[in-house]
Write a protein that binds this ligand. Structure first.
Ligand SMILES: Cc1ncc(COP(=O)(O)O)c(C=O)c1O
Length: 428
């Protein structure tokens, strides 16, 4: 138990969790951490231990926890009812804000999670091209559908383009409809697209894959290869949307896909995600436009939920203020430089990889350019470093620091001090 706490309240909750939840968790994070509350860039666990929070709810809380403006918008909506199934004004306004912000977005369809958004984006590409196969990248994460859980984190590398399923329970034949390519290798992608162009329905990519930035020219090459062969390009912007820039990775890297998926930030901490893109592809969600044969049926009880839409709109209005992205990037840059410097001075081989709003270290002397290069990292050292940091009041994902607009200079100082101390402990 932590020295800061008088009673181990958390222990009892964890015990209950271990009894009623498989693995004692929701499936997301360590069972021994139970978060009681959050405010701005910090969270507290059930024992009252305080953390600088780089988990950010796995990304949605870009403007910080319990932001007063987001809370006010949510409270105002809650007084008027929380879900209607029918269209509502907040959801329509959110769709309009997305169309204004995101370069490829001419129309928007809402769902409740990023997983669903990616599933429907792939289905829309299939409906549009009337082909079956989807190209995805090894190590790329697109949620939990059967199709997405191919070669996300293969323990043993398959030969490209053979997919390796990541989960039990996936029908064998799903493999036949997925083609796996190495990230940041435009030549390999060009070969695969040419070889399979008559059966390829779409290519889905995280434009910034996990914490790996695209190599210069890679996304533009991908755009060209897919366009030349009539294959819709899908950017999974569930993480990068409204984070790298207001218009997402497509604005930040200057490459526009045909479709994209959004999640996390656009729901402001509530369940909401979206498929957005060019009207001619989005038309498949509209029976009146494409007819029975080509219609992609899509219904969801909570789609376009007004509470989530109000939270998303309030979050986005904060992000539109002058200087918001400059601040997020400046905070992230300072953190990345500090961590790199500390590890270098300690003589620990390490690569700081990512973009300032989202980065981490990989303990390797090899450059990081794709999934396989991340496997050169020392996973045990990473695990120890993360555990030492959690003891020191830093909450983060296994391989991600999400930076928030709410992180203060004091949060940065605290984090750098925690890194210094954890690195000392690593070397002891
Ligand atoms: C790039 C990417 N796509 C899709 C998803 C799935 O989103 P959700 O967890 O809302 O289903 C995630 C979730 O982290 C993600 O990072």
């Amino acid at each position: 138990m932590d020295a800061q706490t008088e009673t181990d309240v958390q222990g009892a909750v964890v015990e209950t969790a271990r009894r009623v939840l498989p693995g004692g968790t929701f499936g997301n994070y360590a069972a021994e951490v139970v978060i009681r509350e959050g405010k701005a860039g910090r969270v507290w666990d059930e024992n009252g231990k305080e953390y600088v929070d780089f988990l950010l709810g796995s990304g949605p809380m870009l403007v910080g926890h319990a932001h007063p403006e987001v809370n006010a918008a949510v409270e105002a909506q809650i007084q008027k009812g929380t879900t209607f199934f029918a269209n509502n004004r907040k959801g329509i306004e959110l769709a309009e804000a997305i169309v204004e912000a995101v370069p490829c977005a001419e129309q928007v369809r809402f769902v409740s999670s990023g997983s669903e958004a990616d599933l429907y984006a792939m289905r829309a590409a299939r409906a549009y091209t009337r082909r079956d196969k989807i190209l995805k990248f090894e190590g790329g994460y697109h949620g939990m559908s059967d199709y997405s859980l191919m070669s996300l984190a293969p323990k043993r590398s398959g030969n490209f383009p053979m997919p390796v399923p990541d989960s039990a329970g996936i029908p064998k034949n799903v493999r036949d409809d997925m083609i796996i390519a190495p990230f940041n290798d435009a030549d390999a992608v060009a070969g695969l697209v040419r070889d399979h162009k008559d059966e390829l329905a779409g290519a889905i990519v995280e434009p910034f894959q996990r914490i790996i930035p695209p190599a210069p020219g890679f996304l533009a090459a991908l755009r060209k290869i897919t366009a030349d062969n009539g294959v819709p390009l899908i950017f999974d912007e569930v993480v990068t949307g409204f984070r790298l820039a207001y218009g997402g990775a497509q604005e930040y890297y200057g490459v526009e896909p045909g479709l994209c998926t959004l999640g996390k930030v656009i729901g402001g901490g509530f369940p909401l995600a979206a498929i957005a893109g060019r009207e001619e592809i989005m038309a498949h969600f509209d029976k009146a436009k494409v007819g029975d044969e080509n219609f992609l049926v899509q219904i969801g009880t909570l789609s376009g939920n007004p509470v989530a839409a109000a939270a998303g709109l309030a979050t986005m209005s904060i992000l539109r203020r002058p200087g918001a992205y400059e601040q997020i990037h400046a905070t992230g840059r300072e953190l990345m430089q500090a961590l790199g410097g500390l590890l270098q001075r300690a003589g620990i081989p390490a690569q700081i990889t990512g973009e300032p709003p989202l980065f981490d270290v990989v303990f390797t002397d090899q450059p990081i350019r794709d999934y396989r290069s991340t496997l050169t990292g020392d996973a045990e050292l990473m695990r120890r470093f993360n555990a030492l940091l959690r003891e020191r009041g830093i909450l983060k994902g296994e391989s991600k620091y999400y930076v928030s607009l709410a992180h203060t200079p004091e949060d940065v100082r605290f984090t750098i001090a925690a890194w210094e101390s954890a690195i000392k402990a690593l070397k002891a």
